[in-house]
Design a protein around this ligand. Structure first.
Ligand code: CA
Length: 361
């Protein structure tokens, strides 16, 4: 190599920010290097949600040959859990992993893209988002916030929660102090209960000391992380309030626009892969952890009485209608959501539901 060529090569390496070895630098030579920050709403290494966000960052980095590097921050490390939306919106971080229903204070309609009471299950949510116009509405809703959302995970249906009181009739909800966020909490309030906002890590002590009577968190997988089966007598199902909660990856639009098309494709595919894989993870781990709870033998696993569920459903429809009357964006999204839910519900009934009803005959 002539001296001039060596200097040119060294200059190119310096420009791409690589170490002196060409081998460490090959990926960067293929294009510009992007160093992103990812903020999340999850405690460090929380199984499923937290580990899923970390995997997403790792997959994007590996698939891009290191052209996108992402440093992941758990809740509280860079910003608190509920500041993820604003932080990515203003570009302090380029990417975030969270759940849309935390942003109902910014825009009420956001919660339709995670889960709403008596809404759609994981399969139906994905069908609506990818093939029923849901994702277009999701993107339209986030555009004024300078964000692009991607579905990026799902817990599947959650449990109804942990109770230290038996629920036999609607009257048993009266005066019930329960940790339950969002629209589910509003429905409980109208049924006579008192919804309480608590971070996941605070639930165990609150249940154990009796400062609350009940709490929902997720399902067996994440509930055992906090030892909730040691703090309550009854574990009720189904999770009427969160039938198939979608997790989201949000990306700052300016950061997104700087990515070449191949890297945009990699990010989009990585989000889709996490969306599938987390769903499978929760199904497997919830099933395994349910066995742990059963073998422990100290908790009674109960189904909510039909009368209670049908009353909660009636109240839920009231809440939807009021929200739609107050907010045009809610009205538009609710229309799409409800129409799709009705259509796919007819298919679910004669496919999944009919099959599952016969499988255990
Ligand atoms: Ca929950």
């Amino acid at each position: 190599m002539k001296r001039r060529d060596v200097l040119t090569a060294a200059g190119a390496l310096a420009l791409t920010g690589c170490a002196s070895k060409v081998s460490e630098c090959q990926s960067s030579e293929a294009g510009e290097q992007f160093n992103w920050k990812m903020v999340t709403s999850w405690p460090p290494n929380l199984p499923g949600l937290g580990t899923g966000a970390t995997k997403l960052a790792e997959h994007i980095e590996a698939a891009s040959g290191g052209r996108i590097r992402i440093k992941v921050f758990a809740a509280g490390e860079l910003v608190p859990a509920f500041e993820v939306f604003g932080t990515v919106s203003e570009g302090t971080a380029e990417i975030g992993h969270s759940a849309a229903y935390y942003w109902r204070g910014k825009t009420e309609a956001a919660q339709f893209f995670t889960a709403i009471p008596f809404g759609m299950n994981v399969m139906e949510m994905n069908a609506w988002l990818y093939y029923g116009g849901g994702l277009e509405l999701y993107r339209e809703l986030y555009e004024p916030f300078n964000l692009i959302p991607f579905p990026a995970g799902n817990t599947g249906i959650q449990m109804g929660g942990w109770f230290n009181r038996e629920i036999n009739t609607l009257a048993d909800l009266k005066g019930l102090k329960m940790r339950i966020p969002g629209l589910g909490g509003e429905v409980l309030r109208r049924a006579g209960g008192t919804p309480v906002a608590l971070a996941g890590s605070e639930i165990f002590t609150a249940l154990q000391t009796g400062s609350i009577d009940a709490a929902e968190w997720n399902g067996p997988y994440n509930d055992l992380t906090f030892g909730l089966h040691k703090a309550a007598r009854y574990y009720y199902y189904p999770g009427w309030h969160e039938p198939g909660p979608v997790l989201e990856c949000i990306i700052n639009r300016d950061a997104w626009a700087k990515l070449p098309a191949d890297l945009q494709t990699i990010v989009e595919i990585a989000c889709g892969a996490l969306n599938d894989k987390m769903t499978a993870e929760y199904a497997a781990r919830n099933a395994q952890n349910l066995q742990v709870i059963k073998q422990d033998g100290k908790v009674a696993i109960r189904k909510f009485p039909d009368e209670v569920l049908s009353e909660l459903r009636r109240i839920t429809v009231e809440v939807y209608d009021e929200l739609a009357a107050e907010d045009q964006k809610v009205a538009k999204i609710l229309e799409s959501f409800s129409t799709f839910k009705k259509t796919i519900g007819e298919w679910t009934e004669i496919s999944q539901q009919a099959y599952l009803n016969t499988r255990n005959l």
